[in-house]
Design a protein around this ligand. Sequence first.
Ligand code: SAH
Length: 240
Amino acid sequence: MSPTARIPVGAAAVAALAAAPAAAQEDAHWRALRETMVAEQLEARGISDSATLAAMRTVPRHLFVPAARQQDAYGDFPLPIGYGATISQPYIVALMTQLAGPRAGMRVLEIGTGSGYQAAVLAAAGCRVWSLEIVSALAQEARERLIRLGYGGIEVRTGDGWLGWPESAPFDAVVVTAAGDSVPGPLVEQLISGGRLVMPVNDADYGQVLLVVDKAPDGTLTRRRIAPVRFVPLQRGRPR
Ligand code: SAH
């Protein structure tokens, strides 16, 4: 056999060897961007919850944005993800996660699945997540993405988040990632006593503010305004 007959085997082997370091380099590239994001955008602004920071360090945000925007994925801003939806700025995702107070095994209802990034961050922080999205195409894409990336413990369903997910209630926390005029009653009902809801609401002074609603063991509700924010509107009606 002539030496050239072995070239395809050799070439395939060389290509395989070359691909391994290239993939490792690419991982290192994105990991470095995530570390910088965590240090400069999160820790520098007071995000201190260890489960939240660990999750933000590991979830590959660049795989939750449109391919053409991957290089911008770790920037300090939201990005459009189609259907009028946006993936929130990393700081806002971290702030809402920290406010939800993630603990291992905690049950969280998310309204507004979008890309699935916030759901993945909550899951990486140890939570079980039920996530509702009103745009069926987004729900479908997010469900497939989360499976592909290996995030278990997340259920995604198409539906109107205003109504919550009564079959799986009660939840330890509810995180709403679209802004409404008021807090939907069913979401408060589906919260355990001692639970917390985090949601942007329309506000006369700031346009929108992030609101925390704590439900005391006796059912009393306490509201706290946290920060001015900008979210897409919480729609009402039938899923599309
Ligand atoms: N959490 C998402 C970002 C969400 S943007 C992420 O991490 O990528 C807000 C999302 O809320 C949009 O996808 C929008 O379609 C969805 N939405 C708006 N109104 C809704 C409703 N009533 N029920 C469920 N989802 C809703």
